[in-house]
Design a binder for this molecule. Structure first.
Ligand code: NAP
Length: 337
C-alpha cells in the first residue's frame, strides 16, 4: 500500500538550493525570524562540492576546500534557525500565493515567499558516444573521478576556468593531460593559464572540437576521441583513457518554464540590481539567474539580497494587514538588517 502524502506545510520563506546563494539567503531569513526551510535538491552543497581548492572566497588566508566551505555554510544556516530538508522539488505552482511546491517525498510546501537558488549544472557536448561512455571514461567532474586515471592519459574539453582547473587537478593522477579547446585563446583567468602552460604534463590542442568519443565494448571504456579542426574540418583521432567535459553550465530553471521569465539559455530574469522576479514574492539568486559573474561570493551576495527583499515584502504586508502602513524609517531599518 502506498503511504498517504504528508499534510502540506506552510512556511513564510522557502529556499530552493543548497549552494552559497541558498545558504546565505537562509542565514538572513533565519536571522529575520522567518523560520526558513531550505530544500537541498539533487546536489546538496552545489557546485562547490565538486571542486577542490578555493582561494578566492574572502575571509580565508589559507586555501580552503569547496566541500568544507559548504559544510560550514550549512551549519551556519542551521545554527541560526534554518530547517534543512534533503528532498527534491518535482512540481511548482506559482500561479497564486502561497506558492505550492511538491517534493519527491510527496511533501507539499506552501510558501509565502520563495527564493530560487537552484544553481546551474554541467553542460555536455551532446554526442551519442558521450552519453554511452558516461561513467565509463566520460565525466564532468575531475574531483570525483580523477583518481581512476592514475598513470593514464586523459583529455579535457573546454577553455574556461573549469577546464583549466580540471586539467591542472588531473595532473596529480594522470601521466598526460590534453586540453582541447575550440578556439586559439582560453577564456580562463590569466593566473590559471600561467599554471597550465607551466605544467609539463599538459598539452593544449587549439581550434579543435571533440566530435566523437571512441571506445571499446567489452569492457565498456574510452580508448580515444575524434577531433575536428574547426576551420578546415580535418579529423584526427587521439588515444586517451578518459574524457572530462568542462564546457560550462546550464541553469537549473526547468521547473519554472512557462511560469517565470527567463532568457534563451534558461537564466531567470530578475529586476535590475535586485533579486525580484516578475511574480510578487518569488525571488531568484545565484547561478540560476547570473550568467555573468557565477562566483560563490556573488551568489552569496545575491542570496543575501533575495532574503532581504523577502523580509521587506513580508514586513510590508504584515504592516498593511494590521492597518498600520510601514514608515520609510522602518523600511530603511529592515533593509539594513
Ligand atoms: P565558461 O567560463 O562558460 O567556459 C566554458 C568553456 O567551454 C569556454 O571556453 C567555451 O568555449 C567552451 N565551450 C562551451 N560550449 C562548448 C562546446 N559545445 N564545445 C566545445 N567547447 C565549448 O564555464 P566554466 O569554465 O565552467 O566557468 C563557469 C563560471 O564559473 C565562470 O564564470 C568561471 O569564471 C567560474 N569559475 C571560477 C573558478 C575559480 O574562480 N576558481 C573555477 C571554476 C569556474 P569559448 O571560450 O569558445 O566560448
Amino acid at each position: 500500500m502506498v503511504a498517504p502524502a504528508p499534510p502540506p506545510r506552510t512556511v513564510r520563506c522557502l529556499i530552493l538550493g543548497a549552494g552559497p546563494a541558498g545558504y546565505t539567503a537562509a542565514v538572513y531569513a533565519a536571522r529575520a525570524l522567518l523560520n526558513p526551510v531550505l530544500i537541498c535538491g539533487l546536489t546538496p552543497g552545489g557546485q562547490l562540492t565538486i571542486t577542490t581548492d578555493v582561494e578566492n572566497y574572502p575571509g580565508f588566508a589559507e586555501v580552503i576546500q569547496g566541500p568544507w566551505l559548504m559544510d560550514q555554510m550549512r551549519e551556519q544556516a542551521q545554527h541560526v534557525g534554518t530547517e534543512v530538508i534533503n528532498d527534491i522539488v518535482v512540481a511548482a505552482d506559482l500561479s497564486s500565493r502561497p506558492f505550492a511546491l511538491t517534493c519527491d517525498s510527496g511533501q507539499t510546501w506552501l510558501a509565502e515567499t520563495l527564493i530560487i537558488a537552484t544553481g546551474a549544472e554541467a553542460k555536455w557536448l551532446g554526442l551519442e558516444s558521450e552519453k554511452k561512455f558516461q561513467g565509463f571514461g566520460v565525466s564532468a567532474c575531475a574531483t570525483c573521478d580523477g583518481f581512476f586515471y592514475r598513470g593514464k592519459s586523459v583529455v579535457v574539453a573546454g577553455g574556461g576556468n573549469t577546464a583549466v582547473e580540471e586539467a591542472l587537478f588531473l595532473t596529480k593522477f594522470a601521466a598526460k593531460v590534453t586540453l582541447v579547446h575550440r578556439r586559439a585563446e582560453l577564456r580562463a583567468e590569466k593566473i590559471l593559464q600561467e599554471r597550465l602552460f607551466a605544467n609539463d604534463k599538459i598539452e593544449v590542442i587549439w581550434d579543435h572540437a571533440v566530435d566523437e568519443v571512441l571506445g571499446a565494448e567489452d569492457p565498456l571504456g574510452v580508448t580515444g576521441v575524434r577531433l575536428r579542426h574547426v576551420a578546415s574540418g580535418a579529423v584526427r583521432d587521439l588515444a586517451c583513457d578518459g574524457l572530462f567535459v568542462a564546457i560550462g553550465h546550464a541553469p537549473a530553471s526547468e521547473l519554472f518554464k512557462g511560469q517565470l521569465a527567463m532568457d534563451g539559455a534558461g537564466y531567470l530574469d530578475v529586476a535590475a540590481g535586485g533579486a525580484s522576479t516578475a511574480i510578487k514574492g518569488v525571488f531568484a539568486a545565484g547561478d540560476v539567474t547570473d550568467h555573468i559573474y557565477r562566483q560563490a561570493v556573488t551568489a552569496a551576495g545575491m542570496g543575501c539580497m533575495a532574503a532581504l527583499d523577502a523580509v521587506r515584502l513580508l514586513a510590508e504586508e504584515d504592516h498593511a494587514a494590521a492597518h498600520h502602513p510601514i514608515t520609510h524609517a522602518e523600511a530603511e531599518k529592515i533593509g539594513t538588517w
